[in-house]
Design a protein around this ligand. Structure first.
Ligand code: FAD
Ligand code: SF4
Ligand code: SF4
Ligand code: SF4
Length: 778
């Protein structure tokens, strides 16, 4: 038992200290409270026991709001009378007052029961309401209540027993039930007039069942079981309830000005103390007076797939077109972003788009890589108009080819120079054929030629050639990638085989010298390709070592481990000998061949030395924002920093954006980039979770795709708007727009809440609200 007397001599405990003490006791598991209060407020709510046990309060001399916001599982008994607002916002507690309650007892209560053993003050039961998900609130009063009681009541049941109230002309005081829109008031005894939209009627069977069923509990709580019989003559009881919608039909709806002046309080509420024109401009503001305004921000944000694809492919737009039945346009759209939908998206891209796909947080990510493959063999139209501008691209890897593809499709004449005898960079030279079908790569390279790009192979660009290319062309793009295997000056480094050269030889169809027992230094993706190559060339054992947790894609590691390969980390190489590798902790791994595969760095000695070109660690280029490194010279791909194929393709696309502006003499506009859509804008509840999905054709994923940030034309907003403010406007080209009519819109934000795709925003009204005078005299 937690027992407290809040008066110690002349010292009175503050409300705050009392509530803190009660809260601490509840946390410690206490369930019984005996509080000798001295007018402290808010005793008894909102509280919950850590193990869900019922809390019992016995309170004397309570102040205002006894049991305010009281929760289920709290029972309060107040001896004697209490001050105003008992059970204010009660949400489930049982509150008993043995004496009288002050004003506004049960105000705004939405659950639980309040039992008053005496009288209720003015505005008793005002704004009581009922959330249909929970039990309705009950308010029982033994005697009578003051004026304005049950004002704006919206739900629940109130019982006024009219006991010991003979001296009152009305047991509900004056003007009860004004503005009441829901709930029932049961009353025993005479009442004053009531509003025209309230019905005063005899009890029905349901009402008697309710009163009969609840009366014992009420009387037990207030300890007046002796009154049961006297109060149970149901012929003495009546009820008040608002008219139903059907009963109101045909009746003139309220003139709110007249209601305020004549019905609520005669002469107008507060007219004795303040001036008011009593006009109600609108209960729900529209237009200029809205606090918030919606805006249809279609495609304002990047979808996670688009944002996390360094190439920037907007998969949501492809599915949007598919939903409209425009399949060809959807497949062509991918080619606006990449010339390698099959070789990269559909084959060797690690699919960071799918790692971040919103659908992955519902069940399985959208099959974006496979969708890309659907554009692999699609022909494209060559440009209709030629600009007459000439551009040279040095390096025919994905970065150079992506730049060339974009520029050629804009009508420029583009030639790609590569030192290898086959164009394609790492895709052609080192990525194992087992991971990327050669015919697919060749088909995509041919498509690049089909838009007019010239390939010049077996042409190593040196200083002289580079200078000549600058003279002959309007711009030059350097995209020579990483060409030199990196390694540290370990002791015995001369015994190393360079991974890049080793893989190149395999892809050329040669059989490079391979040991029986191979160690590969580096367990990233190129390291895994090197392990794969070594097994293909006849190695019996292959061990990959790394200083850190292997960075290779999980399925590449799994592939090597399935071949019998081992990954050892952390392993810091110290010395290489013809017999094997020593780590700096003394460990030794025997091997008759050690291949290094820890990355590549660019070789850029063909660039001019006197033009202030900036380098990072003497190897990688540091371009300006427009990806230029010198006048008319731009760069893209692994010359800037090592990355994935999709990074290089995106980098090429960006370079092309700036090269085009440069050669055409346009004012430089920034490369368009969007912010990723915040996850909380999306309403995933719209989509059904698939528990046992068999993923079908990637094209059919248009139903699964959340269409993050892009309107899927589901009409949810249009159908959900309570004011019918939204309309869909179809344009001539078949596209559409949703607009909200400001004269109807109340700024409730339901459109933003329901839109599965996060298209609608709801923002503060930017219009300044000019305050107007009511004409009140100071
Ligand atoms: C073994 C290995 C496996 C990889 N696997 C993957 C993978 O599965 N997925 C992934 O996303 N990324 C992978 N990568 C990374 C990816 O290959 C690179 O990010 C990408 O190729 C970089 O493209 P690039 O165009 O900048 O360079 P590159 O592809 O290297 O192209 C540069 C081209 O320039 C040519 N060149 C160089 N110097 C000259 C010169 N002076 N004159 C003329 N031509 C020149 C080269 O011959 C080459 O053709 C892998 C890398 C390696 C090494
Ligand atoms: S390039 Fe890679 S990240 Fe981009 S869409 Fe294709 S698969 Fe996804
Ligand atoms: S759900 Fe659709 S739009 Fe969203 S990230 Fe995935 S593919 Fe992109
Ligand atoms: S609710 Fe549907 S129709 Fe409305 S904006 Fe969002 S996606 Fe488009």
């Amino acid at each position: 038992m937690f027992k407290i007397d809040t008066m110690q001599g002349h010292d009175r405990m503050s409300t705050q200290d009392l509530l803190l003490a009660i809260g601490d006791a509840v946390k410690q598991g206490e369930t019984e409270f005996e509080v000798a209060a001295s007018g402290q407020h808010d005793i008894g709510g909102p509280l919950w026991h850590p193990e869900g046990k019922t809390l019992h309060f016995h309170v004397t001399n309570a102040g205002q709001r006894l049991g305010s916001m009281c929760l289920p599982g709290t029972e309060i008994v107040a001896e004697g009378s209490v001050s105003a607002d008992v059970g204010w916002l009660n949400s489930g507690g049982t509150i008993t007052v043995k004496g009288d309650a002050g004003d506004t007892a049960g105000h705004c209560s939405s659950g639980g029961k309040i039992f008053i053993g005496g009288r209720g003050g003015t505005r008793t039961g005002s704004l009581m309401k009922h959330d249909p998900l929970y039990e309705e609130p009950e308010l029982w009063i033994l005697k009578n209540v003051g004026s304005f009681s049950f004002e704006f009541m919206g739900g629940g049941r109130a019982v006024v027993c009219g006991y010991d109230s003979e001296q009152f002309a009305s047991v509900l005081g004056e003007r009860a039930c004004v503005g009441m829109v829901g709930g029932i008031v049961y009353v025993r005894g005479p009442i004053d007039t009531y509003p025209a939209d309230i019905k005063y009627m005899d009890l029905e069977a349901d009402d008697i069942a309710f009163l009969d069923g609840g009366m014992d509990e009420f009387l037990q709580h207030i300890e007046r079981e002796d009154l049961r019989q006297e109060l149970s003559d149901w012929s003495q009881w009546k009820k008040l309830r608002p008219l139903t919608a059907a009963e109101k039909k045909g009746k003139k709806s309220h003139d709110l000005k007249a209601f305020r002046q004549n019905e609520w309080v005669k002469g107008g509420i507060f007219s004795d103390v303040a001036h008011d024109d009593f006009a109600v401009h609108n209960t729900l503001s529209t237009g200029l007076y809205r606090l918030r305004v919606p805006s249809w921000d279609n495609a304002r944000f990047a979808a996670p797939c688009e944002f996390n694809c360094p190439t920037g492919i907007p998969t949501q737009r492809r599915y949007d077109l598919i939903r409209q039945g425009k399949l060809d346009e959807a497949f062509q759209l991918e080619l606006e972003y990449t010339p390698f939908p099959g070789s990269v998206c559909g084959s060797v891209c690690p699919n960071p788009c799918m790692d971040h796909c919103t659908r992955g947080s519902i069940d399985e990510p959208i099959q974006i890589g496979d969708l890309g493959y659907r554009s692999a063999f699609l022909p494209v139209e060559p440009p209709k108009v030629k600009t007459g501008k000439k551009i040279a691209v040095v390096g025919g890897g994905v970065a150079g080819l992506s730049t060339a593809w974009q520029l050629a499709r804009k009508g420029h004449s583009v030639t790609v120079y590569d030192d290898a005898d086959h164009i394609g960079g790492k895709l052609e030279q080192v990525i194992p054929r087992g991971r990327l079908a050669h015919e697919l790569l060749e088909a995509e390279l041919k498509r690049i030629q089909s838009v007019g790009v010239e390939f010049v192979t077996s042409c190593k660009v040196d200083k002289e050639k580079f200078a000549a290319l600058r003279k002959e062309n309007d711009a030059v793009v350097v995209a020579t990638g990483g060409t030199k295997s990196r390694f540290f000056p370990w002791e015995g480094a001369e015994h190393l085989t360079m991974g890049l050269e080793y893989l190149k030889a395999i892809n050329r169809g040669e059989k490079p010298a391979t040991g029986k027992h191979v160690v590969v230094i580096g367990a990233g993706n190129s390291g895994m390709d090197t392990c794969r190559g070594a097994y293909e060339m006849g190695a019996e054992t292959v061990v990959a070592v790394d200083v850190q947790k292997p960075a290779a894609f999980a399925d590449e590691i799994e592939y090597i481990e399935n071949l019998g390969g081992k990954l050892v980390w952390p392993f810091f190489t110290n010395k290489i000998t013809p017999e094997g590798v020593y780590g700096n902790d003394g460990r030794f791994i025997p091997a008759d061949q050690v291949i290094v595969s820890i990355g590549e760095e660019p070789e850029l000695d063909f660039l001019p030395e006197d033009e202030g070109i900036e380098f990072f660690r003497k190897s990688w280029l540091v371009p300006k924002k427009d990806q230029s490194i010198a006048a008319g010279v731009f760069t893209a791909g692994d010359t800037i920093k090592p990355g994935r194929l999709t990074d290089a393709i995106g980098s090429g696309r960006k370079a092309a954006w700036y090269v085009d502006q440069y050669v055409m003499g346009k004012e430089t506009a920034d490369f368009p980039e969007k912010q990723q859509i915040p996850a909380e804008r999306l309403s995933k509840a719209y989509f059904e979770k698939c528990h046992h999905c068999l993923l079908g054709d990637p094209v059919d994923d248009h139903t699964r795709c959340v269409s993050c940030g892009t309107c899927r034309d589901c009409k949810m907003c249009l159908e959900s708007c309570p004011e019918k403010a939204i309309t869909r406007i179809e344009k001539e080209d078949g596209s559409w727009e949703y607009v909200s009519d400001p004269d109807r819109c109340i700024g409730c934000g339901i459109c933003a809440g329901v839109c599965p795709c996060g298209v609608w925003s709801i923002n503060d009204n930017p219009e300044k609200i000019a305050m107007y005078s009511t004409g009140a005299k100071a």
